[in-house]
Design a protein. Structure first.
Length: 405
């Protein structure tokens, strides 16, 4: 990990990341929702918006999108063909190459603004070559600890590395200790202004139902009632973070934020509480995320019985995920997602033995297609979760397009 290779690569490309303003988002949970919200608000205001996210669900081109349209396969092939010698010379990693390609594509497409999701961490992530108008860190949780550290404080410190001198810094974590740590990191980096949840804005009266999440947002003594189509208590906080980024950037960006009530209905996010009845897809790959999915599932009142199809990478907290899912599903089918990297696939025998010891309603079906079919045969709602691989493989087999509106 480091910025030297991607920095040199972008220099060879003519520094395309300098051609447009950037909003940059990091965090363990919530960064995808915040990026999707920013994208919708900016596009709703008539701007041409580039969006860079990772990983993809079904097709690699989902990562690089302009105004809702993925980068074409022909354009991807042409770029890689042209720049392969430089990528090889520099020893660029997959993510470094993808990041450089995305930033180059956005410049070629003459976008008005770009919204970027951090891949992993923040400080040493390849996306951290940008100099953003505003950078935000959303909720911090335990993930990628082998790279980011064993404590929430260490993880937060890595993610705070995206705060830059003179740029707006938004602190979105709702835990007081982590929030204060992020604030100090932002101030130490010379960011300005530094906007903090609970201090510079307040979210209250959150109501979650099948149509979305409504909430009250109090800023500067004034309260607005807003609704996002994204479902879940924390979606109110994620929307508020996106709005704070625009508000902090000032000028035309703040003018867009003032239109949020009219623009928020345009928010879409693939693979997060993504409903295609009887299927429910969510890429939750840590225990906090899984607990949120279950809370949302119960709040919306989806029909029972509910069966969950679960596949988790073995270096994740699969025990915590299964325990969380068991609080909302009558049955759990554990399986193997075909695109899961072989060196990270979980041991289903170990999962089966552990679940039996815990008295959890877990059934093992190794074949992924058979697992989906079996779950569907006995459930009114089927939750597919555990990783991007699990959700993406299921969407592909069930012909559910991630970017379809």
């Amino acid at each position: 990990m480091g910025l030297e290779r991607v920095g040199e690569l972008l220099a060879r490309l003519g520094h395309p990341q300098r051609d447009y303003p950037v909003f940059h988002v990091a965090g363990t949970n919530g960064k995808g929702s915040t990026v999707a919200t920013l994208d919708a608000l900016l596009r709703g205001a008539g701007l041409r918006v580039g969006r860079y996210t990772s990983p993809h669900l079904v097709d690699f081109s989902e990562r690089v999108v302009v105004d809702g349209v993925p980068m074409s396969h022909d354009a991807i092939t042409a770029w890689l063909t042209q720049w392969e010698p430089v990528l090889v010379e520099l020893g660029a990693t997959f993510f470094e190459a993808t990041t450089a390609m995305a930033l180059s594509h956005f410049a070629a497409e003459r976008v008005d603004v770009v919204v970027i999701e951090v891949g992993l961490g923040g400080r040493l992530d390849a996306t951290n070559v940008v100099k953003p108008l505003a950078a935000a860190v959303t909720q911090i949780g335990f993930d990628h600890m082998e790279y980011l550290g064993e404590t929430l404080e260490a993880i937060a410190g890595e993610k705070a590395g995206i705060y830059k001198p003179g740029a707006v810094a938004v602190v979105g974590d709702t835990s007081s200790d982590i929030r204060d740590l992020l604030r100090r990191q932002a101030e130490g980096a010379g960011a300005r202004p530094v906007l903090v949840t609970g201090r510079d804005w307040e979210v209250a009266d959150v109501v979650v139902d099948a149509m979305g999440t409504s909430f009250s947002l109090r800023v500067d003594g004034q309260t607005r009632r807003l609704t996002t189509p994204l479902i879940g208590h924390f979606q109110a906080h994620n929307a508020a973070v996106a709005m704070a980024m625009l508000r902090g950037a000032g000028g035309r960006w703040a003018e867009i934020e003032a239109q949020s009530a009219a623009l928020l209905p345009g928010v879409r996010l693939a693979g997060r509480f993504h409903r295609s009845p009887p299927w429910l897809f969510d890429v939750a790959h840590n225990a906090d995320g899984a607990a949120t999915v279950v809370a949302n599932l119960l709040a919306v009142g989806l029909p029972h019985p509910i069966t969950a199809v679960v596949c988790v990478l073995r270096d994740k907290d699969w025990r915590g995920i299964i325990e969380a899912v068991a609080r909302g599903a009558e049955r759990i089918v554990v399986t193997l997602a075909p695109t899961s990297p072989p060196n990270r696939s979980w041991d289903l025998r170990e999962v089966e033995v552990w679940a039996r010891e815990q008295g959890l309603p877990v059934e093992r079906i190794d074949d992924f297609t058979s697992a989906l079919a079996h779950a569907r045969s006995e459930a009114a709602t089927v939750l597919v979760t555990g990783s991007f691989h699990t959700v993406g493989d299921a969407m592909e087999r069930l012909q559910v397009h991630p970017l379809a509106r």
